[in-house]
Design a protein around this ligand. Sequence first.
Ligand code: SAM
Length: 186
Amino acid sequence: MNNPIRRSRLKVSVLRIGHRFVRDDRVTTHIALVARALGCDRIFMNEVDKSIRSTMEEIIQRWGGRYFDIEIFENWKSIVKHWKNGGGKIVHLTMYGLNIDEVIDELRKCDELLVVVGASKVPRELYEVSDYNVAIGNQPHSEIAALAICLDRIFNGKELTKQFDDAKLKIVPSPNEKRVLNNSRD
Ligand code: SAM
């Protein structure tokens, strides 16, 4: 689907692999929230707790982003295969990769990127199938932080002023108070 507020022609989707039931629910929810808020079109997730989808649907309903797709998959390999066949590039975020500064210019030239984040140990095959194994620094930290920094580099900070045209609620930035416009007719 078209993203009417995209500021670059580059389309970015996120693939979350290795979700550990219950333990990773909150982290996977945050991955999805970051993907939507910071300029992605879509997230692919394993069969996860249904509350993650409903949390996202609630956010989208109030804060906008009806074009943001949430797709549940059974086998990450078929997503990756499909993606590559369609000509998209795969960016696997891993502390073992090349630092993002070394590849960012190439990434920005791509038409479609699939950014992959893991949970626990990531299968070796993913390193081989990826076009770019990219580190957000070569220290272990967090998939949420890694995704956010990666998207910020890809979109060059422009995602921070992104507006959702279908939002019912819109924040009016303020130095000292909470200001929210409510366009809801409900
Ligand atoms: N030892 C694990 C592995 O095999 O990669 C690290 C798991 S880490 C808790 C979960 C995910 O966070 C990783 O799969 C990766 O996507 C992301 N991540 C953590 N640190 C990172 C870094 N420095 N650079 C890029 N991604 C990172």
